[in-house]
Design a protein around this ligand. Sequence first.
Ligand SMILES: *Cc1c(COP(=O)(O)O)cnc(C)c1O
Length: 442
Amino acid sequence: MAKLKKLDTEIAKLIELETDRQKNSLQMIPSENHCSPAVREALGSILTDKYAEGYPGKRYYGGNQIIDMVENLCIERAKKAFGVPFVNVQPYSGSPANFAVYLATCEPGDTIMGHNLPDGGHISHGWKVNITSKIYKSIPYHVKKDGYLDMDEIRKLALEHKPKLMWCGATAYVREFPFEEFAKIADEVGAYFVADIAHISGLVIAGAHKSPVPYAHIVTTTTHKTLRGPRGGMVMVTEKGLKKDPELGEKINKAIFPGGVQGGPHEHQISAIAVALGEALKPDFKKYGKQIVKNAKVLGQELVKNKVKIVSGGTDNHMLLIDLTDISAGRGVFLSDALDIAGITVNKNMIPQDPSSPFYPSGVRLGTPAITTRGMKEKEMKIIATWIAKTVEEIKKYQLPTEKEERIIYLRNFRKEIKVNKELKKISQEVLKFCKKFPLPK
Ligand SMILES: *Cc1c(COP(=O)(O)O)cnc(C)c1O
């Protein structure tokens, strides 16, 4: 930062402030993590200056001899980490990776099936405001009241609608994905089966979640969640996928470029993904992935002990969903704002069969990837659970008004009050002290 501090004090200052924020509070948004300084060095490298449209050995620009080696190394590491024969490492993020899958496998108007967004699904799996639901006929499936996927409904819908493509993957789902059962249904109707492991790819590499690779045709992921790399995405084709269509890898490549998903690849980002994959291939990463899950399980148990209700009663992965409906609906925003004041960053989220709306959901989503990176273990989870439980108590007296106009005024007052809430302030001081013992990765 030496140059930046001298030449652009405004941005340098903001980066410092954000560094302090991350350092001095607990980052518990389950899609976030702290990548290593080595990853950030590659991301901030001179590779950002190079244009490399095309693929290794087949570029539209000169001077790509070294860039080709960077991208090939990244591909090789990804193949090894996941045990797949084909990988495209160019997607700028998870959503473009998913869009490439549609372009490679479907024609406009084809039917696709995905996990319904209010049930925890991702917007790119055919949710109604997303472009994918306009280009394709989207049939959403759901989870049951207990939080588990409704496999009977999924099979029924698949037989009825005969989708060309079926997604399995979510952004708010706390149980292990039943990839094998999904594959049986997809095979029965002749659909492409795509596992989107954006959230859990680090757990899959660590052996802390079952791998979809034996069952899916295609696997997509982000690189910045449990995988702990820079922001980015990947599309992988499995042996099973190549058996269904030997051209599938080529089709994915063409969809990403020149098919329309993107232009020139971000090779600085690809080099940083390679660094993260290198880290993920080391034995320590297995311990890390397993610790993420252990921590989430303990956190869940302790929340329940402290009378905080969680969806499905526990977790199989890195994530928990707090269900606040036992007091009244639409209270996720109260808890997420109050936790923010307490120094714990989470996000408001819908819970299965949420009686409220996406803007005022009834739950909060939180997870352990980033705090596990900082070295926290079971003992620390117990402390964090008591802070969360105390914060839940502090917001119990607030009720979301039913009138839309009233809500804005009510929330404004609520935010004023929690800013000076003594209990929350006390927690935030404890969190600050606690954070000093667990520095960000050096
Ligand atoms: C995070 C996520 C993505 C992609 O997210 P980007 O923000 O585009 O990187 C895709 N699918 C799922 C299930 C996700 O959780």
